[in-house]
Design a binder for this molecule. Structure first.
Ligand code: FE2
Length: 398
């Protein structure tokens, strides 16, 4: 067996109703001054939000709150870090509630606050806050390796998709020409606790369920095919895929039950553990430059590309050490409920992704494809593939 290291949150809770009792959780963990970071639409319209904020006020626990709309960019992270360091320097925990964007923002902010406050005195911290810029620490953009210092993060995902509640990275984007979609990454940035409270997943729109679910599926099967897979991620990936196979088709058919939501949320969490430890493949390699160029949901990109990339994987020449990738496609097919044949697997995921449309629907043109291919990393994809073939795959979904 090859050497490997496994990093995951210290604690996972699957417990409906936990968010509405957040004040008890925060206090029982020994924290005194939380920062709440939520997504734009998920939680603030729900009755739980009022219950939580009232309970903090009733117990005299000071807190700051922030909303994240859309994928977080550097300005949002930098401004939030400055505000926290200035207004609430004693903050000791970041609670993230939302989809991947809110949780990624929270992880980056938690790391930013710890970086700035580690500068020493209040005056030094204030000066560090004024000049703090998260882009310096982003892979492929900045030149500074993050220390891993962070405030602890408690993550409540409200969608079952990115798995960022379990990963060591936070994706920060700047969309448009010259844009980027890059990670702040360190094992220290894995959230302290991930909480799956299915009360927060109720009434998630089917198009969000579909796109997020396809992201989770991609993040389970890419690590399973990865050249960096290990025995633990293998087991977790198959466990996650089998949960998806049972729950996802029923959710897409409108069967919105908490039990199905918790199966998908567990699968998404497992996908985060898998990707953090075994890496991803070419679908996520495409997703970064596509998402940096135009505004397109990450799960939509993953879903669109699944069938064409799997078809290429099926026909490909496998590179060491992944000579068993063909059999692994059969395993994935079996776990997802496609019967064990790779061809049936391709048909199944194409079916699930059909309502997502095509890249052209999001403004992509044929001229964009060369730029996207040039920015596509192959990550740990098990098949030898050249730029011409990458271009063809994108052309299939344009
Ligand atoms: Fe993803």
């Amino acid at each position: 067996m090859n050497s490997f290291r496994l990093v995951a949150p210290r604690e996972l809770r699957i417990e409906p109703g936990t968010f509405r009792r957040l004040v008890e959780l925060v206090q029982s963990e020994g924290y005194h001054q939380p920062i709440l970071i939520t997504g734009g639409r998920s939680v603030r319209g729900r009755e739980e939000w009022g219950i939580v904020t009232d309970s903090f006020l009733a117990r005299g626990l000071p807190f700051l709150e922030f909303t994240v709309r859309g994928e977080p960019g550097p300005d949002l992270v930098n401004d939030t870090v400055r505000e926290i360091v200035t207004d609430a320097p004693q903050s000791d925990v970041v609670v993230a509630v939302g989809g991947g964007s809110a949780i990624d923002a929270a992880k980056a902010v938690a790391a930013g606050v710890a970086t700035v406050t580690s500068a020493g005195s209040a005056a030094a911290g204030g000066a560090a806050a004024r000049t703090f810029d998260i882009t310096h620490y982003l892979e492929g953009v900045g030149t500074v390796g993050p220390s891993g210092d962070t405030l602890p993060v408690i993550a409540f995902p409200t969608t079952a998709g990115t798995g960022t509640e379990a990963t060591m990275n936070a994706v920060i984007s700047r969309v448009g020409p010259g844009g980027f979609k890059k990670s702040l990454r360190h094992p220290g940035f894995v959230p302290r606790m991930a909480v799956i409270d299915t009360d927060l997943h109720e009434n998630c729109p089917v198009e969000v369920t579909r796109a997020s679910g396809l992201d989770a599926i991609t993040q389970l099967l890419e690590p399973y095919l990865s050249t960096k897979a290990n025995p633990v991620t293998d087991a977790l990936a198959i466990l996650g895929l089998s949960r998806v196979g049972k729950a996802f088709p029923r959710l897409l058919a409108g069967d919105d039950e908490p039990e199905l939501r918790s199966e998908m949320a567990l699968a998404a969490y497992l996908s985060g553990v898998c990707l953090s430890n075994a890496g991803l493949g070419v679908i996520h390699g495409f997703a970064s430059p596509l998402g940096a160029l135009r505004d397109i949901p990450h799960g939509v990109v993953c879903g669109m590309l699944l069938a064409p990339v799997l078809r290429r994987t099926l026909d490909g020449t496998y590179i060491a050490p992944r000579g068993d990738a063909g059999e692994r496609l059969d395993d994935i097919s079996r776990a997802l409920g496609a019967g064990g044949s790779a061809e049936a697997l391709v048909d199944l995921v194409a079916d699930w992704a059909a309502p997502l449309g095509r890249l052209g629907d999001y403004g992509f043109t044929r001229e964009d494809l060369r730029e996207v291919v040039a920015g596509t990393g192959l990550k740990n994809y098990p098949v030898a593939i050249d730029p011409e073939e990458l271009n063809e795959i994108l052309g299939e979904v344009l």
